[in-house]
Design a protein around this ligand. Structure first.
Ligand code: RIB
Ligand code: CA
Length: 317
């Protein structure tokens, strides 16, 4: 039985690869993809989703417009990492596509129509928060939200990428993250704690090898990730991890912790803070209960990526 799935993205190189993984996974019934601001402006996200669909020859997936800015604050686009075009400046042709409507309507209507809806968000959580605020029953209708975001300090890799403490998706809209975490929605957070695990990250040599032996996406991979490799010295495909988890739930382990989000710190704005006073009962701990990933099988993750995204079996339809 296919899982009904909504993707909420800000492509962005890793979002784009996560989208390819979802499109090449028969386990999913992709109800639609939401284009959010984040790595790039919303309109660029929208165009990049159509670029990926066009490149793969997919014409039956609906695309919706998400928010163009956070609830509070401003946006720091990540052009340095993702390029001006958001896909590593690989200049994929854009044949055009028209959004099927607004994200909030799509989210609310889908949650009414499907009883076991899963949402994967790989972008700032603005649209999810707006749906929660718009309809008090939304959280009860959604099966679970799997969100790439946060840096929880549960592993040695759980530190910030927007400053010392904050992860980009939460930093971009910490008010939205706080609303989502405290909403009662069943939230599974896939943070930098696991997406940066060395077992799941690609070395320069691996990137080159994929470029030589990969398929339709694999051969684009070295150019797509060239800035990430130059700046960070290795390539973490953060956003593909939550989608790969839905393909094989054995690749991640989650721990239930109490999380709060820093909304006003001058040094820690957007940080995700875990209350580690485990001797206290839940109602006395700071924050809201969230499932946070604290272990990843990076080898299995890379297998899934090779089989369904980067390897020679992935062609254009
Ligand atoms: O911190 C990594 C996250 O921020 C990823 O979703 C990446 O695409 C950026 O949006
Ligand atoms: Ca993203």
């Amino acid at each position: 039985m296919e899982k009904p799935l909504i993707l909420h993205m800000d492509p962005g190189v890793d979002d784009a690869l996560a989208l390819v993984l979802a499109l090449n996974s028969p386990e999913f019934n992709i109800l639609g993809v939401i284009a959010s601001y984040g790595n790039v402006p919303r309109e660029t996200s929208l165009r990049n989703i159509f670029r990926i669909l066009n490149y793969l020859g997919v014409d039956d997936v609906k695309v919706y417009k998400g928010s163009y800015r956070p609830i509070m604050g401003h946006v720091d686009y990540a052009f340095d990492i993702h390029g001006e075009d958001g896909l590593g400046n690989i200049s994929l042709p854009y044949k055009g596509g028209v959004a099927s409507g607004m994200a909030i309507d799509f989210l609310l209507e889908s949650s009414r129509e499907y009883g076991d809806l899963t949402i994967v968000s790989t972008a700032p959580l603005t649209d999810i928060a707006l749906a929660i605020l718009a309809d008090s029953e939304f959280v009860d209708r959604v099966s679970r939200l799997i969100s790439m975001g946060g840096a929880f300090g549960l592993t040695p890799y759980g530190y910030g990428n927007m400053g010392a403490a904050s992860e980009f998706n939460v930093y971009s809209d910490p008010h939205a993250a706080s609303i989502v975490y405290s909403s009662g929605l069943d939230v599974y957070s896939v943070g930098l704690d696991v997406t940066r695990d060395p077992s799941a990250v690609y070395t320069e040599e691996e990137v080159r090898k994929i470029g030589r032996g990969g398929g339709a996406i694999g051969k684009l991979f070295p150019n797509m990730v060239s800035s990430i490799l130059r700046i960070e010295g290795a390539v973490a495909i953060h956003d593909a991890v939550p989608v790969a988890y839905l393909v094989d739930e054995n690749i991640l382990r989650f721990k239930d912790v109490y999380v709060s989000v820093e909304l006003c710190g001058s040094e820690s704005y957007g940080a995700t803070i875990v209350d580690r006073r485990e001797w206290l009962p839940g109602d006395l701990r700071q924050g809201s209960r969230v499932w946070v990933a604290d272990w990843i099988d990076g080898g299995r993750f890379k297998e899934i990526m090779w089989e369904r995204v980067l390897g020679p079996s992935v062609g254009r339809r």
